[in-house]
Design a protein around this ligand. Sequence first.
Ligand code: AMP
Length: 211
Amino acid sequence: MKIILLGAPGAGKGSQAKLMVDTYQIPQISTGDLLRTAKAAGTPLGLEAQRYMDAGLLVPDEVVIGLVRERLAQPDCQGGFILDGFPRTLPQAEALARITDIDRVLSIEVAPEVIIGRLTSRRSCQKCGQVYNLVSYPPRTAGVCDSCGGELYLRDDDREETIRKRFETYEAQTRPLIQHYRDQGLLLTVQGGDTVEETFSRARPLLDACR
Ligand code: AMP
């Protein structure tokens, strides 16, 4: 099963992807995570990406497309994958179509005011990347990851001014992909905005139907 997850920043793509990994036993490919790993490692690519990420802008297409091409060539992707946060522009979608076919695109729809509240209360684990929410999904011990004991932090790009910019970027560059995939007959839509489990219970029958 080859799936793309579409949705605004904070719509819950990462959380849905994690449940899909467990359910369908296929890997999650998050370009945000790949870029944050490169940034943390201080590689030249990571340092270049950091400038864009911290400003709420998209990293240049050729950088991200190269990362995804390499990742999709790995053996664990041969039985399918979940693309989380890619493609985000039309040129990325066109490049992806040259790399692989896709079975379905799942668009997660959430009202902007819900998203802003979510992102400012989002905390991520430094070590394993697990995502928490101080309101809806707090860790058992404040500031500490339940899964690995790592330290929780507020992502630089989850600060309020960056969030606003990420939204503008989404509207201008990524939202047009919804129509692009609708035109190709690949689009599935699910209402998000409540709990991760509730959203997944609506998404699952749609996804099961395309296995
Ligand atoms: P995410 O974790 O998916 O919200 O991504 C965090 C940041 O990484 C984004 O705000 C972008 O700066 C960058 N990024 C992630 N995926 C892409 C992509 N497909 N194209 C360009 N930039 C990306």
